[in-house]
Design a protein around this ligand. Structure first.
Ligand SMILES: [Cu+2]
Length: 314
């Protein structure tokens, strides 16, 4: 008794799909997860890894099978079978990738949304939320008049796509782009400046400037990123976060570290001859250790320094 080919194909197909799903669930290629974004992102990666495994094993398996099964036998000098066109097969191999690609697209969008990536940072709502506090902090940090800041934000809100730059006198519009953003009100503001070939972190609350990013575990961090020269990218694999840092176009991105430890920050944009050396670390501290770090590194009397440095206001 011979088993029908269609039955064998069906069984092999099922084994392939189940095997691919098992690989996606059980083989982990990712580093340790250290931010609240990570588990959300990892769910997407598992699905993509399953689909990739099914496609890779399926296509390679079929190729190897065909090489063996349809090889030219010794002494066979004739032509192969004249096969031309197979509409059902063509529909099938167009429809399956179409459905898979559509599913991956919609699911990726959903994951990005859940990570907070679709927050309209240039919209009216966000203007008075996350970004406004950063803009306010920035404005005050640069010795601006605190009273002028709300007016500045209001002017910005009139045009949802623009925020005015530091000096209200300058008619220079500055556009703030939103990366992943899930931070709530009490987020720790940190300003990141990327330049060839270093990342510089500044803490507006404590006037600390550091070459390493130090953050407390469990508290949202809001990074305001800007590049001095060319495009760089802030990438922390353990946070599952990567965001371009663009000259003249600040980007705001938030994350919540969930696991104490030291993780690499890598520039992921080819930015010049020493791009490969452009890396530093993010240190995720327990709360007390973070406070100790702030205490150790804060300038002696930040308030006096700020007062002395600020221009006299009328
Ligand atoms: Cu770089």
């Amino acid at each position: 008794m011979t088993i029908p080919t269609s039955l064998i194909t069906l069984v092999l197909g099922m084994v392939l799909v189940l095997g691919g799903l098992w690989v996606g669930q059980n083989v982990n290629l990712l580093p340790v997860d250290a931010s609240s974004n990570a588990p959300v992102y990892d769910a997407l990666f598992q699905v993509l890894f399953s689909i990739g495994t099914i496609l890779f094993v399926g296509v390679t398996g079929l190729l190897i099978f065909s090489l063996v099964r349809f090889r030219r036998l010794p002494g066979d000098r004739g032509d192969g079978l004249a096969i031309e066109g197979n509409l059902p097969l063509e529909i099938l191999w167009t429809a399956i990738p179409a459905v898979v690609v559509l599913f991956v697209g919609i699911y990726s969008y959903d994951i990005y949304e859940r990570m907070g990536g679709m927050t309209p940072l240039n919209g009216h709502e966000a203007m008075h939320g996350d970004v406004s506090s950063v803009m306010l902090a920035e404005h005050q940090h640069q010795g601006g008049d605190a009273l002028a800041a709300p007016a500045l934000l209001h002017e910005g809100a009139d045009n949802s796509a623009t925020l005015l730059a530091d000096d209200p006198g300058e008619a220079q519009a500055e556009r703030v782009w939103g990366g992943i953003s899930t931070a709530s009100g009490d987020a720790l503001p940190v300003e990141l400046t990327a330049m060839q070939f270093a990342f510089i972190f500044h803490y507006p609350d404590s006037s600390i400037t550091s070459g390493e990013l130090h953050v407390p575990v469990g508290r949202p961090v809001q990074l305001r990123m800007e590049a001095r020269d060319v495009i760089h990218a802030f990438w922390v694999p353990q946070f599952r976060l990567k965001q371009d840092v663009i000259p003249g176009q600040p980007t705001v991105m938030s994350f919540t570290p969930t696991r104490p430890g030291t993780y690499p920050i890598v520039c992921a944009e080819l930015c010049g001859p020493y791009h490969g050396g452009m890396r530093t670390n993010v240190v995720v501290h327990e709360q007390e250790a973070f406070e100790a770090w702030i205490h150790q590194n804060a300038p002696a009397a930040p308030s006096t320094v700020a007062l002395a440095a600020a221009p006299p206001t009328g």
